[in-house]
Design a protein around this ligand. Structure first.
Ligand code: ADP
Ligand code: MG
Length: 388
Protein backbone atom coordinates (compact mmCIF):
# COMPACT_ATOMS: atom_id res chain seq x y z
CA UNK A 1 0.00 0.00 0.00
CA UNK A 2 1.45 3.37 -0.95
CA UNK A 3 0.84 6.39 1.22
CA UNK A 4 -0.79 9.43 -0.35
CA UNK A 5 1.90 12.05 -1.10
CA UNK A 6 1.82 15.01 1.28
CA UNK A 7 1.26 18.31 -0.51
CA UNK A 8 4.56 20.16 -0.76
CA UNK A 9 5.06 23.88 -1.37
CA UNK A 10 5.73 23.07 -5.03
CA UNK A 11 2.61 20.97 -5.27
CA UNK A 12 -0.45 22.80 -4.00
CA UNK A 13 -3.81 21.05 -4.24
CA UNK A 14 -5.73 21.33 -7.45
CA UNK A 15 -9.17 22.88 -7.67
CA UNK A 16 -11.63 21.69 -10.30
CA UNK A 17 -14.10 24.33 -11.41
CA UNK A 18 -16.86 21.75 -11.77
CA UNK A 19 -20.52 21.40 -10.82
CA UNK A 20 -19.57 20.57 -7.21
CA UNK A 21 -17.46 23.75 -6.87
CA UNK A 22 -20.20 25.94 -8.32
CA UNK A 23 -22.75 24.15 -6.14
CA UNK A 24 -20.73 25.25 -3.09
CA UNK A 25 -20.62 28.74 -4.64
CA UNK A 26 -24.43 28.86 -4.71
CA UNK A 27 -24.53 27.86 -1.03
CA UNK A 28 -21.92 30.45 -0.03
CA UNK A 29 -23.67 33.18 -2.04
CA UNK A 30 -27.04 32.40 -0.44
CA UNK A 31 -25.45 32.64 3.02
CA UNK A 32 -23.65 35.89 2.24
CA UNK A 33 -26.88 37.46 0.96
CA UNK A 34 -28.63 36.39 4.17
CA UNK A 35 -25.81 37.87 6.25
CA UNK A 36 -25.68 41.16 4.33
CA UNK A 37 -29.35 41.64 3.38
CA UNK A 38 -29.82 44.63 5.67
CA UNK A 39 -26.80 46.43 4.25
CA UNK A 40 -27.93 45.85 0.64
CA UNK A 41 -31.42 47.01 1.50
CA UNK A 42 -30.07 50.15 3.18
CA UNK A 43 -28.08 50.99 0.04
CA UNK A 44 -31.16 50.47 -2.12
CA UNK A 45 -33.31 52.49 0.31
CA UNK A 46 -31.08 55.55 -0.08
CA UNK A 47 -31.53 55.73 -3.83
CA UNK A 48 -34.11 53.09 -4.80
CA UNK A 49 -37.01 51.40 -3.05
CA UNK A 50 -35.26 49.40 -0.33
CA UNK A 51 -35.94 45.87 -1.49
CA UNK A 52 -32.62 44.80 -2.97
CA UNK A 53 -31.41 42.76 0.02
CA UNK A 54 -34.73 40.91 0.27
CA UNK A 55 -34.72 40.31 -3.49
CA UNK A 56 -31.26 38.72 -3.47
CA UNK A 57 -32.02 36.63 -0.36
CA UNK A 58 -35.20 35.32 -1.96
CA UNK A 59 -33.47 34.76 -5.31
CA UNK A 60 -30.43 32.89 -4.05
CA UNK A 61 -32.51 30.97 -1.51
CA UNK A 62 -34.58 29.71 -4.45
CA UNK A 63 -31.41 28.92 -6.45
CA UNK A 64 -29.99 26.92 -3.52
CA UNK A 65 -33.22 24.96 -3.30
CA UNK A 66 -33.42 24.34 -7.05
CA UNK A 67 -29.77 23.22 -7.14
CA UNK A 68 -30.42 20.74 -4.32
CA UNK A 69 -33.54 19.36 -6.01
CA UNK A 70 -32.05 19.09 -9.50
CA UNK A 71 -28.35 18.28 -9.16
CA UNK A 72 -26.44 19.49 -12.21
CA UNK A 73 -23.79 17.42 -13.96
CA UNK A 74 -21.93 20.41 -15.40
CA UNK A 75 -21.21 24.05 -14.51
CA UNK A 76 -23.15 25.12 -17.61
CA UNK A 77 -26.26 23.30 -16.47
CA UNK A 78 -25.99 24.75 -12.97
CA UNK A 79 -25.62 28.35 -14.21
CA UNK A 80 -28.60 27.94 -16.56
CA UNK A 81 -30.73 26.58 -13.74
CA UNK A 82 -29.56 29.37 -11.40
CA UNK A 83 -30.33 32.07 -13.97
CA UNK A 84 -33.80 30.78 -14.77
CA UNK A 85 -34.59 30.39 -11.07
CA UNK A 86 -33.47 33.96 -10.29
CA UNK A 87 -35.54 35.43 -13.09
CA UNK A 88 -38.60 33.51 -11.95
CA UNK A 89 -38.29 34.14 -8.22
CA UNK A 90 -37.32 37.83 -7.91
CA UNK A 91 -39.85 40.57 -8.56
CA UNK A 92 -37.35 43.44 -8.81
CA UNK A 93 -35.16 44.43 -11.74
CA UNK A 94 -32.26 42.52 -10.22
CA UNK A 95 -34.01 39.15 -10.90
CA UNK A 96 -34.11 39.32 -14.69
CA UNK A 97 -30.73 41.13 -14.84
CA UNK A 98 -28.71 38.75 -12.66
CA UNK A 99 -30.81 35.92 -14.14
CA UNK A 100 -29.80 36.88 -17.66
CA UNK A 101 -26.14 37.14 -16.61
CA UNK A 102 -26.12 33.64 -15.15
CA UNK A 103 -28.14 32.05 -17.95
CA UNK A 104 -25.89 33.48 -20.62
CA UNK A 105 -22.81 32.45 -18.63
CA UNK A 106 -24.24 28.92 -18.46
CA UNK A 107 -24.92 28.81 -22.18
CA UNK A 108 -21.36 29.90 -22.92
CA UNK A 109 -19.90 27.31 -20.52
CA UNK A 110 -21.56 24.61 -22.64
CA UNK A 111 -21.41 20.94 -21.67
CA UNK A 112 -17.88 20.74 -20.22
CA UNK A 113 -17.66 18.84 -16.92
CA UNK A 114 -15.10 21.32 -15.60
CA UNK A 115 -13.85 24.64 -16.93
CA UNK A 116 -10.62 26.58 -16.66
CA UNK A 117 -10.54 30.01 -15.05
CA UNK A 118 -10.04 31.77 -18.43
CA UNK A 119 -13.03 29.86 -19.82
CA UNK A 120 -15.11 30.87 -16.82
CA UNK A 121 -13.99 34.51 -17.18
CA UNK A 122 -14.95 34.52 -20.87
CA UNK A 123 -18.37 33.06 -20.05
CA UNK A 124 -18.95 35.72 -17.38
CA UNK A 125 -18.01 38.36 -19.95
CA UNK A 126 -20.73 37.01 -22.25
CA UNK A 127 -23.12 37.23 -19.30
CA UNK A 128 -22.15 40.85 -18.64
CA UNK A 129 -22.65 41.76 -22.29
CA UNK A 130 -26.13 40.25 -22.18
CA UNK A 131 -26.96 42.37 -19.10
CA UNK A 132 -25.81 45.49 -20.96
CA UNK A 133 -28.07 44.60 -23.88
CA UNK A 134 -31.06 43.77 -21.71
CA UNK A 135 -30.88 46.78 -19.40
CA UNK A 136 -29.27 49.29 -21.77
CA UNK A 137 -26.71 50.38 -19.15
CA UNK A 138 -23.13 51.33 -19.94
CA UNK A 139 -20.20 51.69 -17.51
CA UNK A 140 -20.66 54.78 -15.35
CA UNK A 141 -24.46 54.54 -15.17
CA UNK A 142 -24.22 53.35 -11.54
CA UNK A 143 -25.47 49.80 -12.01
CA UNK A 144 -24.27 46.31 -11.26
CA UNK A 145 -22.09 46.54 -14.39
CA UNK A 146 -19.86 49.03 -12.55
CA UNK A 147 -18.68 46.20 -10.30
CA UNK A 148 -18.93 43.32 -12.75
CA UNK A 149 -16.85 44.83 -15.57
CA UNK A 150 -13.88 45.86 -13.34
CA UNK A 151 -13.91 42.37 -11.80
CA UNK A 152 -13.78 40.78 -15.26
CA UNK A 153 -10.99 43.17 -16.31
CA UNK A 154 -9.02 42.01 -13.26
CA UNK A 155 -9.52 38.38 -14.31
CA UNK A 156 -8.36 39.22 -17.83
CA UNK A 157 -5.21 41.02 -16.62
CA UNK A 158 -2.07 39.30 -17.91
CA UNK A 159 -0.92 36.57 -15.56
CA UNK A 160 -4.18 36.62 -13.59
CA UNK A 161 -6.36 33.85 -14.93
CA UNK A 162 -3.70 31.29 -15.78
CA UNK A 163 -4.91 28.03 -17.19
CA UNK A 164 -3.70 26.15 -14.08
CA UNK A 165 -5.80 24.12 -11.65
CA UNK A 166 -3.73 25.27 -8.64
CA UNK A 167 -6.14 26.30 -5.86
CA UNK A 168 -3.90 29.13 -4.69
CA UNK A 169 -3.62 30.68 -8.14
CA UNK A 170 -7.33 30.41 -8.77
CA UNK A 171 -8.39 31.88 -5.44
CA UNK A 172 -5.71 34.59 -5.79
CA UNK A 173 -7.12 35.64 -9.16
CA UNK A 174 -10.69 35.51 -7.83
CA UNK A 175 -9.74 37.58 -4.77
CA UNK A 176 -8.23 40.23 -7.03
CA UNK A 177 -11.45 40.22 -9.06
CA UNK A 178 -13.48 40.54 -5.89
CA UNK A 179 -11.39 43.52 -4.74
CA UNK A 180 -11.84 45.16 -8.16
CA UNK A 181 -15.60 44.59 -7.86
CA UNK A 182 -15.59 46.30 -4.46
CA UNK A 183 -13.76 49.40 -5.68
CA UNK A 184 -16.12 49.48 -8.64
CA UNK A 185 -19.12 49.27 -6.30
CA UNK A 186 -17.72 52.06 -4.15
CA UNK A 187 -17.07 54.22 -7.20
CA UNK A 188 -20.82 54.29 -7.89
CA UNK A 189 -21.10 56.73 -4.96
CA UNK A 190 -19.72 59.43 -7.24
CA UNK A 191 -21.94 58.48 -10.19
CA UNK A 192 -25.34 59.72 -11.23
CA UNK A 193 -27.66 56.73 -11.67
CA UNK A 194 -28.97 56.54 -15.22
CA UNK A 195 -30.78 53.20 -15.12
CA UNK A 196 -33.20 51.54 -12.74
CA UNK A 197 -35.18 53.17 -9.95
CA UNK A 198 -32.21 55.15 -8.63
CA UNK A 199 -32.23 57.14 -11.89
CA UNK A 200 -35.55 58.72 -10.80
CA UNK A 201 -33.50 60.74 -8.31
CA UNK A 202 -31.49 62.36 -11.10
CA UNK A 203 -28.51 64.28 -9.74
CA UNK A 204 -29.62 63.51 -6.18
CA UNK A 205 -28.48 59.92 -6.75
CA UNK A 206 -24.90 61.21 -6.63
CA UNK A 207 -23.41 60.45 -3.22
CA UNK A 208 -25.21 57.10 -2.86
CA UNK A 209 -23.53 53.83 -3.70
CA UNK A 210 -25.75 51.52 -5.70
CA UNK A 211 -26.91 48.24 -4.14
CA UNK A 212 -26.64 46.04 -7.25
CA UNK A 213 -22.83 46.27 -7.58
CA UNK A 214 -22.44 45.34 -3.91
CA UNK A 215 -24.34 42.13 -4.71
CA UNK A 216 -21.81 41.49 -7.47
CA UNK A 217 -19.06 41.84 -4.83
CA UNK A 218 -20.77 39.16 -2.71
CA UNK A 219 -21.01 36.82 -5.69
CA UNK A 220 -17.26 37.12 -6.28
CA UNK A 221 -16.62 36.79 -2.57
CA UNK A 222 -18.58 33.51 -2.69
CA UNK A 223 -16.35 32.28 -5.54
CA UNK A 224 -13.33 32.81 -3.27
CA UNK A 225 -15.01 30.95 -0.40
CA UNK A 226 -16.37 28.06 -2.47
CA UNK A 227 -13.17 25.95 -2.60
CA UNK A 228 -13.60 25.31 1.12
CA UNK A 229 -16.41 22.79 1.71
CA UNK A 230 -16.35 23.61 5.44
CA UNK A 231 -16.90 27.35 5.04
CA UNK A 232 -19.80 28.89 6.91
CA UNK A 233 -20.47 32.57 7.44
CA UNK A 234 -19.73 34.59 10.54
CA UNK A 235 -22.95 36.01 11.97
CA UNK A 236 -23.91 39.47 10.75
CA UNK A 237 -21.98 42.29 12.38
CA UNK A 238 -25.01 43.86 14.04
CA UNK A 239 -26.20 40.55 15.50
CA UNK A 240 -22.74 39.85 16.88
CA UNK A 241 -22.67 43.19 18.64
CA UNK A 242 -25.49 42.04 20.88
CA UNK A 243 -23.55 39.01 22.09
CA UNK A 244 -20.92 39.45 24.78
CA UNK A 245 -18.33 38.64 22.14
CA UNK A 246 -14.74 39.23 23.04
CA UNK A 247 -12.06 40.18 20.59
CA UNK A 248 -10.22 36.89 21.29
CA UNK A 249 -13.30 35.11 20.08
CA UNK A 250 -13.36 37.22 16.92
CA UNK A 251 -9.63 36.74 16.39
CA UNK A 252 -10.17 33.02 15.94
CA UNK A 253 -12.28 33.69 12.85
CA UNK A 254 -9.47 35.43 10.90
CA UNK A 255 -9.72 38.84 9.26
CA UNK A 256 -8.08 42.04 10.44
CA UNK A 257 -8.89 44.99 12.63
CA UNK A 258 -10.84 47.56 10.65
CA UNK A 259 -10.30 51.32 10.85
CA UNK A 260 -12.81 54.17 10.63
CA UNK A 261 -11.65 57.78 10.32
CA UNK A 262 -14.12 60.40 11.50
CA UNK A 263 -13.43 64.04 10.73
CA UNK A 264 -15.72 67.06 10.50
CA UNK A 265 -14.53 67.30 6.93
CA UNK A 266 -15.14 64.62 4.34
CA UNK A 267 -11.98 65.68 2.52
CA UNK A 268 -9.81 65.51 5.64
CA UNK A 269 -11.10 62.03 6.51
CA UNK A 270 -10.55 60.75 2.98
CA UNK A 271 -7.14 62.32 2.56
CA UNK A 272 -6.02 60.97 5.94
CA UNK A 273 -7.16 57.49 4.88
CA UNK A 274 -5.12 57.87 1.68
CA UNK A 275 -2.07 59.08 3.61
CA UNK A 276 -2.25 56.22 6.11
CA UNK A 277 -2.69 53.66 3.33
CA UNK A 278 0.26 55.13 1.46
CA UNK A 279 2.39 54.70 4.59
CA UNK A 280 1.64 50.96 4.54
CA UNK A 281 3.21 50.85 1.10
CA UNK A 282 2.46 47.89 -1.06
CA UNK A 283 0.94 44.73 0.32
CA UNK A 284 -2.34 44.01 1.89
CA UNK A 285 -3.95 47.05 3.52
CA UNK A 286 -6.43 46.61 6.37
CA UNK A 287 -10.00 47.80 5.74
CA UNK A 288 -9.95 51.59 6.19
CA UNK A 289 -13.09 53.68 5.74
CA UNK A 290 -13.49 57.44 5.95
CA UNK A 291 -16.65 58.86 7.54
CA UNK A 292 -16.20 62.61 7.27
CA UNK A 293 -18.70 65.44 7.13
CA UNK A 294 -22.47 65.30 7.16
CA UNK A 295 -24.74 63.24 4.91
CA UNK A 296 -25.04 66.14 2.51
CA UNK A 297 -21.34 66.91 2.43
CA UNK A 298 -21.19 69.83 4.87
CA UNK A 299 -18.73 70.25 7.74
CA UNK A 300 -20.03 68.22 10.68
CA UNK A 301 -20.55 64.66 11.84
CA UNK A 302 -22.98 61.96 10.76
CA UNK A 303 -23.80 59.00 13.00
CA UNK A 304 -25.21 57.28 9.91
CA UNK A 305 -21.95 57.60 7.98
CA UNK A 306 -19.89 56.44 10.96
CA UNK A 307 -22.14 53.44 11.49
CA UNK A 308 -22.03 52.46 7.80
CA UNK A 309 -18.24 52.81 7.72
CA UNK A 310 -17.85 50.65 10.84
CA UNK A 311 -20.00 47.88 9.34
CA UNK A 312 -17.91 47.95 6.18
CA UNK A 313 -14.62 47.95 8.08
CA UNK A 314 -15.60 45.04 10.33
CA UNK A 315 -13.89 41.76 9.53
CA UNK A 316 -14.62 40.26 12.93
CA UNK A 317 -11.44 41.38 14.73
CA UNK A 318 -12.70 44.70 16.01
CA UNK A 319 -12.85 48.20 14.60
CA UNK A 320 -10.66 51.13 15.69
CA UNK A 321 -12.36 54.52 15.31
CA UNK A 322 -10.27 57.70 15.18
CA UNK A 323 -11.95 61.08 15.47
CA UNK A 324 -10.75 64.62 15.11
CA UNK A 325 -12.62 66.60 17.83
CA UNK A 326 -15.84 67.95 19.33
CA UNK A 327 -18.95 66.48 17.79
CA UNK A 328 -16.95 63.77 16.02
CA UNK A 329 -15.85 62.41 19.40
CA UNK A 330 -19.29 62.91 20.98
CA UNK A 331 -21.11 61.16 18.14
CA UNK A 332 -18.80 58.14 18.29
CA UNK A 333 -19.13 58.01 22.09
CA UNK A 334 -22.92 58.12 21.77
CA UNK A 335 -22.87 55.27 19.27
CA UNK A 336 -20.59 53.24 21.55
CA UNK A 337 -22.78 53.88 24.59
CA UNK A 338 -25.67 52.05 22.95
CA UNK A 339 -27.99 55.06 23.28
CA UNK A 340 -28.48 55.05 19.51
CA UNK A 341 -30.52 52.56 17.45
CA UNK A 342 -27.48 51.89 15.32
CA UNK A 343 -25.43 49.03 16.72
CA UNK A 344 -21.70 49.14 16.05
CA UNK A 345 -19.83 45.89 15.39
CA UNK A 346 -18.51 43.98 18.40
CA UNK A 347 -15.06 45.15 19.42
CA UNK A 348 -15.50 48.72 18.15
CA UNK A 349 -13.26 51.09 20.15
CA UNK A 350 -12.47 54.78 20.03
CA UNK A 351 -8.72 55.49 19.77
CA UNK A 352 -7.44 58.17 22.12
CA UNK A 353 -4.94 59.66 19.67
CA UNK A 354 -4.23 62.64 17.42
CA UNK A 355 -6.07 62.17 14.15
CA UNK A 356 -3.42 62.09 11.43
CA UNK A 357 -0.48 60.55 13.28
CA UNK A 358 -2.78 58.14 15.07
CA UNK A 359 -4.37 57.07 11.80
CA UNK A 360 -1.00 56.18 10.34
CA UNK A 361 -0.01 54.06 13.36
CA UNK A 362 -3.38 52.35 13.50
CA UNK A 363 -3.60 51.53 9.79
CA UNK A 364 -0.03 50.29 9.57
CA UNK A 365 -0.48 48.04 12.62
CA UNK A 366 -3.84 46.70 11.47
CA UNK A 367 -2.43 46.02 8.01
CA UNK A 368 0.36 43.80 9.32
CA UNK A 369 -2.25 41.80 11.22
CA UNK A 370 -1.97 43.33 14.72
CA UNK A 371 -4.85 42.53 17.07
CA UNK A 372 -7.17 45.19 18.47
CA UNK A 373 -5.04 45.90 21.56
CA UNK A 374 -1.92 46.34 19.43
CA UNK A 375 -3.76 48.61 17.02
CA UNK A 376 -5.14 50.80 19.85
CA UNK A 377 -1.68 50.98 21.43
CA UNK A 378 -0.12 52.03 18.13
CA UNK A 379 -2.61 54.89 17.84
CA UNK A 380 -2.09 56.01 21.42
CA UNK A 381 1.70 55.90 21.00
CA UNK A 382 1.29 58.72 18.51
CA UNK A 383 0.45 61.02 21.47
CA UNK A 384 4.04 60.70 22.67
CA UNK A 385 5.51 61.93 19.44
CA UNK A 386 6.94 65.37 20.35
CA UNK A 387 7.50 68.00 17.71
CA UNK A 388 9.23 70.72 19.65
P1 ADP B 1 -35.70 47.16 -8.23
O1 ADP B 1 -34.84 48.23 -8.84
O2 ADP B 1 -36.75 46.70 -9.20
O3 ADP B 1 -36.23 47.55 -6.90
P2 ADP B 1 -33.56 45.69 -6.97
O4 ADP B 1 -33.63 46.73 -5.93
O5 ADP B 1 -33.51 44.28 -6.53
O6 ADP B 1 -34.73 45.88 -8.01
O7 ADP B 1 -32.27 45.89 -7.86
C1 ADP B 1 -31.78 47.16 -8.16
C2 ADP B 1 -30.42 47.02 -8.78
O8 ADP B 1 -30.52 46.54 -10.13
C3 ADP B 1 -29.75 48.36 -8.87
O9 ADP B 1 -28.98 48.56 -7.72
C4 ADP B 1 -28.91 48.27 -10.14
O10 ADP B 1 -27.58 47.89 -9.84
C5 ADP B 1 -29.54 47.16 -10.92
N1 ADP B 1 -30.19 47.69 -12.14
C6 ADP B 1 -31.39 48.28 -12.20
N2 ADP B 1 -31.65 48.60 -13.50
C7 ADP B 1 -30.58 48.21 -14.22
C8 ADP B 1 -30.24 48.24 -15.62
N3 ADP B 1 -31.07 48.76 -16.52
N4 ADP B 1 -29.05 47.72 -16.01
C9 ADP B 1 -28.21 47.17 -15.09
N5 ADP B 1 -28.48 47.11 -13.77
C10 ADP B 1 -29.65 47.63 -13.34
MG1 MG C 1 -35.01 48.02 -5.32
Amino acid sequence: MTAKPEPTPEHTPELALDAAYFGRWVGAAAQLFERDAARLTALDAAAGDGDHGANMVRGFGAVREAAAQHPSATPGELFSLAGTTLTNSVGGASGPLFGMALRRTGKRLGAAEAVTLPEFAAALRAGAEAVGKLGGAVPGDSTLLDALLPALDALDAPGSAEDAPDVREITGALSAASAAALSGAESTGAMQARKGRASYLGERSIGHEDGGPHSVVLLFHALVLAPDPAWSPRPAAAARAEEPTSTENAAATGGRVGVVLVSHSREVAEATAELAKAMVGSGDIAPVYAAGGTDDGRIGTSAERIHAAALKADEGKGVAVLCDMGSAVLTVQALLSGSDDRVLPAGTRIVDAPFVEGAVGVVVTASVGGDLDMVLAAGEDARNYRKG
